[in-house]
Design a protein around this ligand. Sequence first.
Ligand code: MG
Length: 214
Amino acid sequence: MLALFDLDNTLIDRRGSLEEWARRFVRSRSLPPAVGPVISKRLQARAYPTDLAEIGATFGLSDPEGELWREYTEGMAGAARCLPGVEHGLGKLREAGWTLGVATNGAGDIQRAKLTSTGLTRFFDGVCASEEVGVRKPARQFFEAAAELCGMDLRLGGWMVGDNPETDIEGGRAAGLHTMWIAAGRQWPKNVRSPDVVVADVAEATAALSALAL
Ligand SMILES: [Mg+2]
């Protein structure tokens, strides 16, 4: 059985890494500390080379084109941390014969760098980054590509695990997958169809999948 996992704030603590990176970045450029949260907020939903170029222009930085993106990619990969229980849980699923994939919106280089630096790559049969396949969650084609990259067929079904109600859960459901939402202390939004399973965190998610008969 196939299980696809979102990456940011599902397997890894992107929010924490981003805040840490932004703090160090503003210090390195002698910008006021208050700029740190502004930058991390700006990059919270998405970060591509153009976003870093815009930040450089906004704060009058003289870094050559592409340098800020390189610095961001390396810094975020270095600051990436797995959320508690991820490695143990993924290991158990692999032992049980699950096919595992990463299904993430984002630029391929940074998403793969984060997987490498956290040591998570070894758990996955395939990694689907939206930039590399040319389509983003919640589009069905994204989930088709993700299943294919894992050597599976989306029509055979599976699970999508993630923290985003729209891209992960609505998208996964519309693609014909069972869905598991990581609440992380939040309430499920009103007027959105419920996920199949709600869990508190990723450790609970992998345990819930392990408890299912394959
Ligand atoms: Mg996420």
